[in-house]
Ligand binder design. Structure first.
Ligand SMILES: [Zn+2]
Ligand SMILES: [Zn+2]
Length: 256
């Protein structure tokens, strides 16, 4: 399995994009500004999109991608997410005001995108890749994902946008061990008030919650702020020294 990081930042700036991960050539997790780096040929190969939640930095480029693909490919993009996320897309994006209703275009019978509810604990298998929805804790209903090869090798997990909780860690611990764990770390200790409100981790809170996991995968931090990533990572390196954390970066390719 190949995991290409199209975007993983908490904001935009030169060389950074918001969250979108490409698995092999045909599965996306989230559709933030990172999708903008794909060519139309690459976009046309994507068959499945799994959305963590409804926030703009994770869905912003789905409408643009569909606009590229309509009329160019015959296939339907299947989008999976919680009921809350899918309803938000219908109400606030594909509402004929912000963007056309691509769930009914080019025809109602054969649209270029279909929306499929996926709840915590459910799994979807796409070819050799299995995706399991995990609970997460954020300011809107959010899913994390466990992703594995059916061949039995190469597992990773992603917390989605996430703050202090038990459910994600308990659910993750019950699944086969992952090699790589990608976790939100947007804030610093001095921002713990906003961290609690926005429900994104800061290093000390993450360190406490990581103790709920019974093993130590390679830890990658994601969703660092675009213009203070260095400061946040410095604090994370000190607080999470036992975990030897790395920063996830746009353009990175991880192979399992
Ligand atoms: Zn969010
Ligand atoms: Zn986000």
């Amino acid at each position: 399995m190949k995991l290409t990081i199209l975007g993983c930042s908490g904001g935009i700036g030169p060389g950074t994009n918001t969250t979108s991960f490409l698995i092999n050539d045909h599965i996306l997790i989230d559709a933030g500004t990172g999708v903008g780096s794909l060519t139309i040929e690459q976009m046309s190969k994507i068959t499945h999109l799994f959305l963590t939640h409804s926030h703009l930095d994770h869905i912003s480029h789905l409408p643009f991608m569909l606009n590229n693909l309509i009329g160019e490919v015959d296939s339907t993009l299947q989008v999976f997410g919680s009921q809350h996320t899918l309803q938000a897309l219908k109400n606030h994006i594909f509402n004929e005001v912000i963007w056309p209703d691509f769930t009914r275009l080019p025809t109602k019978e054969s649209p270029c995108v279909t929306l499929h509810p996926m709840e915590e604990g459910e799994s979807v298998t796409v070819g050799e890749v299995k995706v399991v929805a995990l609970p997460a804790e954020h300011s809107v209903p959010t899913l994390g994902f466990w992703v594995g090869n059916l061949s039995g090798q190469g597992y990773f997990a992603f917390s989605g946008d996430c703050g202090v909780n038990q459910a994600f860690w308990q659910a993750l611990d019950e699944l086969p061990e992952v090699e790589v764990l990608i976790v939100d770390d947007q804030y610093m200790e001095k921002e713990k008030a906003i961290s609690a409100l926005a429900k994104h981790y800061y290093p000390a809170a993450l360190e406490t919650d990581l103790r709920q996991l019974s093993y130590q995968p390679q830890l990658y931090l994601t969703h660092l702020p675009a213009y203070k990533a260095g400061e946040v990572f410095e604090e994370a390196q000190a607080v999470l020294s036992d975990w030897h954390p790395r920063v996830l970066k746009t353009g990175m390719v991880l192979a399992f």
